[in-house]
Design a protein around this ligand. Structure first.
Ligand SMILES: O=C(O)c1ccccc1N[C@@H]1O[C@H](COP(=O)(O)O)[C@@H](O)[C@H]1O
Length: 225
């Protein structure tokens, strides 16, 4: 199969982030969504623990369960990962090289780390952030580029994706930040394509309450039959 927006590479994958409703999660699993994102950041309006217990997340039978953390302690990440049976840890805050190395050592081997690079207007800042984690190629499985903001994420705002063409991106990456039906076509101009799109607030009725019809339509747009 071949993606409508990639070239000869494999089909682009989809992550739906900010999930809080069990029935919607089950529907997304049935729709073959590749990654399910759960936000473990108390200040987010999508803070999953206000709606679901760790045991309920653990019972979701899916290999792409991603826990999103913002400047959380290693101890809490480890505890939540085990109790919710997460497969990926998305570090969305200012976690540095030492933090990531220690976390990787303490996580079960099969749990992968996605490091978020928050992108503002200054390309040199982005290059600096990439350089800061350049020794971690074996500890991190993926990067995720999102729009920089005081809220850390979930703003619905996109950054200038053409900035990615100015970077050497050392790992397969997710693209995030205000992705919608209206802008994803601009991906065709990217030299190095993302392996996955991370959608969130542009596919909601309200924070955490996903618009499943809209997601279904989006899947048909980004993936070939
Ligand atoms: O969604 C949130 O509330 C959130 C809060 C703090 C950190 C990350 C958060 N979500 C992540 O941000 C991206 C972008 O979301 P959007 O499309 O701009 O709404 C999202 O995919 C999550 O990974």
């Amino acid at each position: 199969m071949q993606s409508k927006i990639s070239n000869l590479e494999s089909q682009i994958q989809l992550k739906v982030c900010g999930l809080i409703k069990l029935n919607q999660i089950q529907e997304l699993v049935a729709m073959d969504v590749d990654f399910l994102g759960f936000i473990f950041y108390e200040k987010s309006p999508r803070f999953v623990l206000n709606h679901l217990a760790l045991e309920q997340i653990a019972e979701v039978n899916h290999q792409g369960k991603v826990g999103v953390f913002v400047n959380e302690t290693i101890e809490d990440i480890i505890k939540i990962t085990g109790n919710a049976k997460l497969n990926y840890i998305q570090l969305h805050g200012d976690e540095d090289e030492n933090f990531i190395s220690e976390l990787k050592q303490k996580l079960p081997d099969l749990v992968k780390i996605i490091k978020v690079i928050r992108v503002g207007n200054d390309i040199s800042e982005v290059k600096k952030k990439l350089a800061e984690i350049s020794n971690l190629e074996y500890q991190i499985s993926n990067l995720l580029f999102d729009t920089d903001s005081k809220a850390f994420g979930g703003t619905g705002k996109s950054f200038d994706w053409s900035m990615l063409n100015e970077l050497e991106i050392p790992l397969p990456y997710f693209l995030s930040g205000g992705i919608s039906e209206d802008n994803f076509q601009q991906l065709t101009s990217l030299k190095q394509k993302p392996i996955a799109l991370d959608i969130n607030s542009k596919f909601e009725i309200e924070a955490g309450n996903k618009d499943l019809e809209k997601i279904k339509n989006f899947i048909t747009q980004i993936k070939s039959p």
